[in-house]
Write a protein that binds this ligand. Structure first.
Ligand SMILES: NC(=O)c1ccc[n+]([C@@H]2O[C@H](COP(=O)([O-])OP(=O)(O)OC[C@H]3O[C@@H](n4cnc5c(N)ncnc54)[C@H](O)[C@@H]3O)[C@@H](O)[C@H]2O)c1
Length: 365
């Protein structure tokens, strides 16, 4: 055996793919997951390796955390359990705060009660912590304020520089870009980072935080309309439904394929951190939402997407990242180009049983 890993939220999209990778490499894997009904609707079977132990439990519930640690003392914990709906978090702030923040503190308190210090804690954080990130206007680098509702309603999509001049977004990099969350989900992900950093330092254990860009691919919930713009577009385009692209279509995201993310997490686990790690994980390739929609519509021979001037409060204009630090530290690199990943996703969706439609949240996560 290579070691034992507890994956919280391990029945979800990223967790189940990671569980398979770990088991294949000889790790003893346990999963703690509440099987959230918004993610697990019953239409999609939970796909875990047969040797992985599934503990159905809630990270916000202390007795559940205690029960898991009584039965399984992991050498590493990968903390993925979370409420993940960015837009939803604005109106369900307590739910996001409870699961993402209190769920993390409950897990840590349970470790303290069990007097168990894992060799490494790994957190899947999010690019959302950067908010609008750093932008450049002329020679000046600045951090735009979150775009206001009035600004978005007026169709003033791009942040402008301090002197009112046009500006361009810079790739985020954990080593140099300040985190400035613009929505509740993002604020809770940043809180998770701080909580784990404090606990890991006090207990002399390793911590790796991976800030993931937009992950997509087979296994993502097909019925959770609050997450996964790629999956949502793919489903709609397969049904020949027109895709609506928000703002002016020029919102930028980095779409990273699930296998590339799993390999980054696996490398993190297989070579635990010596110093605390804070790394950006993405494809390293920025794509506009219009490009994404166009590519998916073309692959599905669906109608050309329409750009509608709708918007979501709390969405950021551009998210892209610099993956050089992750490549060097983890000896990892993404290998899935967007078109190849989209084809794999479309094939997988085709293999699933008929699903009810009714997705409503078209904005990018
Ligand atoms: N998918 C992305 O694009 C992306 C991007 C950045 C960060 N992340 C982070 O990666 C992690 C995993 O995301 P995912 O895409 O696999 O999401 P997911 O929704 O597919 O999986 C999350 C899992 O957590 C479980 N869960 C929710 N509340 C829980 C609770 N109270 N107790 C125990 N389990 C609970 C859910 O049942 C689900 O199985 C999350 O922490 C998310 O913030 C994901």
């Amino acid at each position: 055996m290579s070691g034992s890993v507890l994956v919280t939220g391990g029945a979800g999209f990223i967790g189940s793919a990671l569980a398979h990778r770990l088991v294949t490499a000889g790790y003893d894997v346990a999963v703690m997951d509440v099987l959230h009904p918004q993610v697990h609707t019953g239409h999609q079977a939970i796909d875990l390796p047969s040797s992985a132990r599934l503990f159905t439990g809630d990270v916000t519930h202390a007795p559940d955390c205690d029960a898991v640690l009584r039965l399984f003392r992991p050498s590493q914990i990968v903390h993925l359990a979370a409420e993940t709906g960015t837009a939803q978090s604005l109106s369900h702030a307590t739910r996001h705060g409870s699961v993402n923040v209190v769920g993390t503190t409950q897990l840590l308190d349970a470790l303290s009660r069990a007097t168990h210090v894992p060799d490494q804690l790994v957190l899947a954080s999010s690019r959302a912590v950067y908010g609008e990130g750093a932008w450049q206007s002329g020679a000046q680098i600045f951090y735009p304020r979150p775009r206001s509702h009035a600004q978005l309603q007026a169709g003033a999509w791009d942040p402008v520089g301090p002197t009112g001049d046009a500006a361009v977004p810079l790739p985020s990099c954990a080593g140099r870009t300040e985190p400035r969350p613009t929505n509740i989900y993002a604020a809770t992900k940043l809180a998770q980072e701080h909580l784990l950093a404090a606990w890991a330092a006090a207990h002399d254990t390793s911590l790796s935080v991976l800030r993931l860009q937009n992950v997509y691919g087979p296994g993502q919930s097909l019925t959770n309309s609050y997450t996964g713009i790629v999956t949502l577009f793919a489903r709609l385009a397969r049904e020949q439904r027109p895709l609506e692209v928000y703002e002016d279509g020029q919102i930028v995201r980095d779409f990273v394929y699930i296998d590339d993310v799993v390999e980054a997490l696996f490398a993190t686990i297989d070579r635990p951190a010596v110093e605390p790690r804070l790394l950006d994980i993405g494809s390293g390739v920025p794509t506009t939402i219009h490009e994404l929609a166009h590519n998916i519509a073309t692959l599905c021979e669906a109608p050309e997407p329409t750009v509608v001037a709708k918007f979501r409060d709390g969405d950021v204009r551009a998210a892209k990242c610099d993956i050089e630090a992750a490549k060097a530290e983890l000896e990892w690199r993404p290998t899935w180009a967007l078109e190849k990943g989209l084809l794999a996703l479309l094939d997988w969706i085709g293999e699933q049983h008929e699903l009810p439609s009714g997705a409503t949240d078209h904005g990018p996560r």
